[in-house]
Design a protein around this ligand. Structure first.
Ligand code: NAG
Length: 249
């Protein structure tokens, strides 16, 4: 399984302009994009964004500015003739390449194993009466593969998955669902492949009741036993007492 690593080091320059209660938001996003440790495919991107619309971008692979709005196109035309262009073209060598080793050591080389939980969930009313969810939490980097196996063979139909969702703390989570019709004796497993794992991890579905359900049943049964004992004790006590009274008379 190949795991491309993409990473962006971002510098953001932000400018707010407020007029009354409405605001304008201008920002500039500078990225070094690394896709391989040998720096193959490295890119420098410099984006200018007004409100949420990017209007001009320098892309080191393209080698010049490209505009996306009327203003952007005008600026691109001017900036591609001006002294900024040479500076932008030099940033890849000056900034991105010398910092690559640092970023790989600090972040990109790190891997964190997912925590995986397999659970039964309510299916959306559909073709199948049952649904399992395989959730992988807190892994890094983002790339992951979650697949379902039924008696050792990969299941492709009736499988849906979320994207890899960013927690916002560098880690990711993903949730894959399998809708199915249970068959007795079959074995359903969720397989997780991630760069942090030396081999794919398998999680087998145990169709017996989940622990919470077992606990509820155990508590209920204990209550029943305790109640029966108390009732019997009361009954015996009552009988003894009433028969004793009869004798003493
Ligand atoms: C930069 O330009 C190249 C060549 O057109 C393109 O493949 C790449 O996706 C662009 N990168 C970004 C971040 O837009």
């Amino acid at each position: 399984m190949s795991m491309p690593i993409a990473f962006y080091i971002c510098l953001t320059l932000i400018l707010f302009i407020f007029s009354g209660t409405d605001g304008y938001f201008h920002h500039r996003l500078v990225q070094c994009r690394y896709s391989s440790k040998d720096l193959h495919g490295i890119e420098f991107i410099d984006s200018y964004v007004f409100n949420k619309a990017e209007y001009i971008r320098f892309n080191s692979t393209v080698g010049r500015y490209v505009g996306y709005t009327e203003l952007g196109v005008k600026n691109a035309e001017a900036w591609n003739k001006g002294p900024q262009l040479g500076q932008e073209q030099a940033e890849l060598e000056r900034f991105c390449k010398p910092n690559a080793a640092l970023h790989y050591r600090a972040i990109l080389d790190k891997t964190v194993e997912p925590h995986v939980r397999l659970s039964s969930v309510t299916p959306p009313s559909g073709r199948h009466p049952a649904m399992l969810m395989c959730s992988a939490y807190d892994f890094y980097p983002k790339q992951i593969r979650v697949t379902w196996l039924r008696d050792g063979r990969e299941v492709k139909s009736d499988v849906t998955s979320t994207e890899e969702l960013a927690n916002g703390d560098w880690y990711y989570q993903i949730h894959s669902h399998l809708e199915y019709t249970p068959k007795s004796g079959e074995k359903i497993s969720c397989m997780v492949e991630h760069i942090s794992l030396t081999e794919p991890m398998m999680y087998h579905w145990d169709p017996s009741l989940p622990e919470a359900e077992r606990n509820k049943i155990a508590i209920g049964a204990s209550g029943l036993v305790l109640g029966t004992i108390l009732a019997l004790a009361g009954l015996i006590y009552y009988k003894k007492k009433s028969s004793g009274e009869v004798i003493s008379v």
